[in-house]
Design a protein around this ligand. Structure first.
Ligand SMILES: *Cc1c(COP(=O)(O)O)cnc(C)c1O
Length: 390
């Protein structure tokens, strides 16, 4: 039974039969909250005593920001991580009062909004930290800050070789509490951990500053999913799992030391059935045709939902427990599937991603077919696809 259906982010103004989901397009993302629970607990057990900050950026990797955040908080998550100020504000607007760290780069004019919502800021330079301290003074509040050290990602953060100034400035802040200090791995999901080891050692060198000054460091964190799985020395005080918590491994080469299962199933349904004659090509560009009569069904999902156009003529879907190929180009709102001479009926369930009968279409399968990574498959699913929670 569906617990809740999230229509709030569909981006459509007409929502027919909100109370009667049977009249809606059958294309939905199902999220099994029990799987999220299992995955979260498996990670928590594996990294203990390190704390876990679940990452819910990009609509919780496509699973639905607010519902996933609430569920994780219900499981005891002490804090959440997001990429953008907007995501954190959306959580606050939904009544989430848990600490939220915004991990992305920030602009000076965003700082007051952070402070008004009690959000935790990433100070990635001395200049930004000064800005935060000043804004907090002006507003008469105390800013919660995590310092960001760049140990080899070259994205945001002060370089490890010139981090001392930031740590010194942080110790002088009068209107900030520095609650954490963190870095980020560039290659923690690779088979070869050489680069990750180098990054960790750079981070630990920076942290020596606290020893030298006889103060205990704030919360130290660095590990993403790859490092959680295969680099325990990097767990430090807290870890930041994203994709692993959703039950997907960050790469094919990573060591799968923690068992997780995907929380997401992406489903649709058959809305049209026909026989296509030989020599009558299917879809835009006429890229596919059969040399014998075939039964072809049409499914109401397309690249406008995040079903990549690159899946044209390569992807498979599951209907009645069996896999069938997507034929012809993926359209914006529809795809065609070749049943050869099997049967399917209007209304039959179609699994685009996940388990159907004994068959499975893994996120890794879609990623390989589309020439991308599982992260992009999940985060690309458009908000016009309702999320349904079980
Ligand atoms: C996205 C992100 C994570 C989570 O990464 P996964 O590989 O999904 O576990 C952790 N930390 C930072 C800074 C991130 O941007």
């Amino acid at each position: 039974m569906a617990a809740t259906v999230q229509y709030t982010q569909m981006g459509v103004s007409a929502r027919p039969g909100l109370e009667d989901t049977s009249v809606m397009r059958p294309t939905i993302v199902e999220v099994r909250l029990a799987r999220l629970t299992e995955n979260y607990r498996a990670i928590r057990t594996a990294v203990a005593p390190a704390a876990v900050m679940p990452i819910v950026k990009a609509n919780a990797y496509g699973h639905g920001l607010v519902d996933v955040a609430r569920h994780l908080i219900g499981l005891g998550a002490p804090s959440l991580g997001v990429g953008l100020l907007e995501e954190a504000v959306a959580l606050r607007d939904a009544g989430v009062t848990t600490p939220i760290l915004v991990m992305g780069g920030i602009l000076g004019n965003q700082i007051p909004l952070f402070l008004r919502h009690g959000l935790t800021l990433t100070a990635s330079s001395i200049d930004k930290l000064r800005h935060i301290d000043e804004a907090a003074r002006e507003m008469g509040v105390t800013a919660k800050v995590h310092l960001k050290i760049d140990t080899g990602m070259e994205r945001i953060g002060v370089h490890y070789y010139s981090a001392e100034g930031l740590l010194e400035r942080a110790s002088e802040c009068r209107h900030c509490v520095v609650e954490g200090i963190y870095s980020h791995f560039a290659n923690a999901d690779a088979a070869d951990l050489g680069s990750a080891r180098l990054q960790l050692s750079r981070f630990l060198d920076v942290l020596q500053w606290y020893d030298k000054h006889g103060v205990s460091p704030p919360l130290r964190h660095m590990a993403n999913s790859g490092a959680i799985l295969q680099f325990p020395e990097s767990h430090l005080d807290m870890v930041r799992p994203g994709i692993l918590m959703y039950g997907v491994y960050p790469s094919t080469e990573v060591r799968r030391t923690i068992a997780v299962r995907p929380a997401m199933t992406w489903k649709s349904g058959v809305v049209y059935f026909k026989v296509v004659r030989p020599g009558h090509p299917v879809s835009y560009g006429s890229t596919w045709q059969s040399d014998h009569p075939v039964r072809v069904v049409t499914i109401p999902v397309g690249y406008g939902d995040g079903y990549f156009r690159a899946l044209s003529n390569v992807a498979q879907v599951i209907i009645r427990g069996k896999k069938y190929p997507v034929v012809g180009r993926v359209c914006m709102d529809q795809i065609m599937v070749n049943l050869e001479w099997d049967s399917a009926y209007n209304g039959d369930e179609v699994v685009l991603l996940g388990e159907g009968g004994r068959e499975t279409i893994a996120c890794e399968d879609l990623a390989e077919w589309a020439g991308t990574i599982p992260y992009e498959i999940l985060t690309n699913i458009n908000t016009r696809v309702p999320r349904v929670y079980y």
